[in-house]
Design a protein around this ligand. Structure first.
Ligand code: PAN
Ligand code: ZN
Length: 210
């Protein structure tokens, strides 16, 4: 793993990074429909789609950074040094489960007080966000747009377009991911297609933390 300056290219359209002198520098995470059980409002549509095959909903390419060693401080389950910045591309494919668009699982950072920057490279979408204090926000994603997700805000990207939604993300190496809270509670807001338009609606199954 590199600890000297490096570059890589992100091919567009598509968002897959290319590194010229290494094969094992990116972690590739592939999330299929089966990894999203319970997350879509329309359970029947979910089961019907899954019966047709376990489609890939999104992929993440994340640059590997040094593990805890040689003075790095272990601060999270991912064991990345405190001073490192994790970064890569997130590629959400187009599609819907019922009238709800393909989306990421979404998470809080385990170290809640860590932020993240997203830069939109391709496609159209929404970032759905909320805090443990039950504030919520939804921001539109389109090419060229930068989104700052402040500390404490859970975040989920939703592809509302016809092509891949490709974003570049950067966040602190020790942030870690808390998926469990969202798996249990859901997000307060859903993005669904209504009259051909992306529409923000209340999640009927959202549960308050109380
Ligand atoms: C991103 C996300 C990526 C996939 O790198 O991890 O978009 O979403 P989920 O992690 O919710 O499946 C990020 O926010 N990292 O912290
Ligand atoms: Zn994050």
């Amino acid at each position: 793993m590199r600890s000297t300056p490096f570059t890589f290219d992100i091919s567009l359209p598509g968002g897959v990074p290319t590194v010229y002198d290494g094969t094992d520098v990116f972690i590739r995470i592939v999330r299929p429909l089966s990894a999203m059980r319970g997350q879509y409002a329309d359970q029947e549509a979910y089961e019907a789609l899954l019966a047709q095959g376990d489609a890939v909903l999104y992929e993440v390419y994340e640059m590997r950074r040094p593990q805890v060693a040689d003075g790095y401080i272990e601060a999270a389950d991912e064991h990345v040094g405190l001073g490192e910045l994790l970064h890569g591309t997130s590629i959400v494919h187009p599609g819907k489960v019922g009238d709800e668009y393909f989306m990421t699982k979404g998470h809080f950072h385990s170290v809640l007080d860590t932020a993240e920057v997203y830069y939109v490279l391709q496609g159209r979408g929404m970032m759905v966000m909320e805090t443990p204090e039950e504030e919520w926000a939804v921001e539109e994603l389109r090419p060229g747009r930068v989104l700052y997700v402040p500390p404490r805000w859970a975040h989920r990207s939703v592809n509302t377009g016809q092509e891949d939604l490709v974003t570049l993300f950067v966040y602190p190496g020790h942030a870690g991911h808390d998926y469990g809270t969202i798996e249990t509670r859901g997000f307060r807001k859903l993005v669904i297609e209504r009259d051909g338009q992306p529409t923000i609606v209340d999640n009927p199954r959202w549960r308050s933390q109380e």
